[in-house]
Ligand binder design. Sequence first.
Ligand SMILES: [Ca+2]
Ligand SMILES: [Ca+2]
Length: 194
Amino acid sequence: ECNFDEGLCDLKQELDDDVDWTRLDAGTPSKYTGPTAGQGGSGWFLYLEATDRAIADTARLSNSNTFTFKSTLCIDFFYHMYGKHMGTLKVILLDRTSQEHVVWQRTGNQGITWLHQLITYSTCYLFVKIVWEVTRGNGYRSDFALDTISVTDGPCQDDSSRVTVNPPEGKVLTVNQEPIINMHSEELEALQNQ
Ligand SMILES: [Ca+2]
Ligand SMILES: [Ca+2]
């Protein structure tokens, strides 16, 4: 688990995006956007400083060491998306061919609170990287924040957000039963045969 009190743990800022996440232990500078403290009421967290950034600028945070999993994984994190210009937060898995699979996303103002998200991800395919990606909205009130991240083997204890790839004929990735991306069948077969 990473609570950002000591740094980024085994996570890293990606370099080929537009901006880095900022580590902070206080309220974000702009009013009416961002948290006033870390998740749980104190401590450090990461946020996107939306002031002086352009619309659609992205910041990506990912695990620094590639890994492989092909069964069930629990992705557990807190996010804060308060502000009327809030853009989109995505959790993306990269497969071994660097194809990106969006497993979860939220867009727009989610209120003044830290929200807990659990994603149980089950698949027979191989993935090597997890990315938290934010895309700034159309104004400065778009301070996304992230805190208390963990990725562990096996299903989440609270299984409220199960995400599955239905092999082999389903070919649809779902979050809470709502399909968000369709994978090409050839791509799925290629992954499955690796
Ligand atoms: Ca924290
Ligand atoms: Ca970056």
